[in-house]
Design a protein around this ligand. Structure first.
Ligand code: PLP
Length: 382
């Protein structure tokens, strides 16, 4: 008999979602506007402590609109971390601008302030900097914000993976000029697909709503003075979001528990290190990840093969953008990496993997995963 399938991070619904969706149907607000959209914006903004939010069709759309609102265009440079999901960087190319990729540091796996400084020496006037809080761990925001401020560059926080994580008491996504969140299927809360753009600037968020609904001028006839997008969130799925938001703190607590369970279970194995959590923050632990020491003969692929053979979903670390065929012409600023690999991000990619972090996994499920990983690393028979 096939073993029970265990997931990396699958949607967890609670019932409240369907009530808000039913309300949308009952009132016939089945459209990319309506009370659920307005309320989801208000409730999320309140939760993260940002005054203004625009609900959009995806996190990618939110990044794209942030770049558009900052005036990024052809010929501009935008700094972005190399260790991230491609969606962080693709919108730079949508605007015909050029990404310059920045290496990670070892303490949070996020953008290295050292490498960022070096990037400014070569490219003194980037139009924007995108910072990512990978796997839910806040980046070194104080250092990064200070460097960007020194150069007058606006910062977009890609908090797609870090909704509910805080840095020095403030929510990730609310510290840069713009913050973006994603509600894709495997994020900490989901609407099946969706995103949010937040900012302290009311006029910029109003402009984002305008651009996301085809940029229609305030005229009775259909008049357009700018190119718009169809990026608004539907009122049906905003209902899912409102329900999910009520469970966000519970999801975070469970994700943190999963991380701690792995950490404790591998504490006696020096070859295993869990992904870092920023000491200046409270990470949501969206995905629990581990790296295997260089001294070990076991590779992440072997561990992933062993998990997959037991019907357990896992995933490599994001492949750095500077190693992607599609970005092969882009420049990359390295941190002073150590070890046999040429950069910190590449080293994490080569030695790391993402462990199943689904909040519906039981203690028994966790024991099953942990036993397989331990046996792989310690070389025992499964
Ligand atoms: C998921 C994700 C995105 C994109 O969000 P979508 O809603 O899927 O468009 C952007 N950046 C990072 C780091 C992500 O993990």
């Amino acid at each position: 008999m096939e073993k029970k399938r265990l997931y990396l991070s699958s949607p967890t619904m609670h019932g409240k979602e369907q009530e808000f969706v039913k309300e949308a149907f009952d009132t016939n607000w089945v459209a990319p506007l309506g009370p659920n959209v307005n309320n989801f914006e208000k409730e999320l903004a309140e939760y993260v402590g940002s005054p203004h939010a625009a609900a959009l069709s995806s996190g990618t759309a939110a990044i794209h609109l942030a770049l558009r609102l900052l005036g990024v265009q052809s010929g501009d440079i935008v700094f972005a971390p190399t260790l991230t999901f491609s969606a962080s960087c693709n919108p730079i190319v949508y605007e015909n601008a050029t990404p310059v990729f920045i290496d990670s540091e070892t303490e949070t796996w996020n953008m290295s302030p050292e490498a960022l400084r070096r990037a400014y020496e070569k490219y003194p006037a980037p139009k924007a900097v995108i910072v990512v809080h990978l796997y839910g761990t806040p980046a070194k925001l104080d250092e990064i914000m200070a460097i960007c401020k020194e150069h007058g560059t606006p910062v977009i926080e890609d908090a797609a993976e870090s909704l509910s994580s805080t840095y020095k008491g403030r929510h990730t996504g609310t510290i840069g000029q713009f913050g973006i969140y994603s509600f894709n299927g495997n994020k900490i809360i989901t609407t099946s697909g969706g995103g949010m753009l937040v900012s302290e600037d009311a006029s910029l968020i109003e402009k984002a709503r305008f651009l996301s609904t085809q940029a229609r001028d305030a005229a009775r006839h259909y008049q357009h003075s700018q190119i718009g997008f169809n990026y608004r969130m539907s009122n049906v799925i905003a209902g899912i979001g409102r329900g999910q938001l009520l469970a966000l703190e519970e999801h975070k607590a469970l994700k943190k528990e999963i991380y701690q369970t792995y950490k404790d279970a591998f504490a006696d194995i020096p070859e295993i290190t869990m992904n870092p959590l920023n000491v200046d923050g409270d990470a949501n632990c969206w995905l629990s990840c581990m790296t295997i020491a260089e001294s070990s003969t076991v590779t992440p692929n072997q561990v992933m093969d062993a998990l997959e053979a037991e019907n357990i979903e896992c995933r490599p670390i994001w492949k750095p953008m500077h190693l992607q065929p599609v970005f092969h012409e882009c420049d990359f600023m390295t941190d002073k990496g150590s070890g046999e690999f040429s950069s910190v991000s590449e080293d994490i990619f080569n030695r790391g993997l993402c462990l199943p972090s689904d909040i519906k996994n039981t203690q028994e499920d966790m024991d099953r995963i942990i036993r397989i990983v331990r046996n792989q690393i310690l070389g025992a028979d499964v």
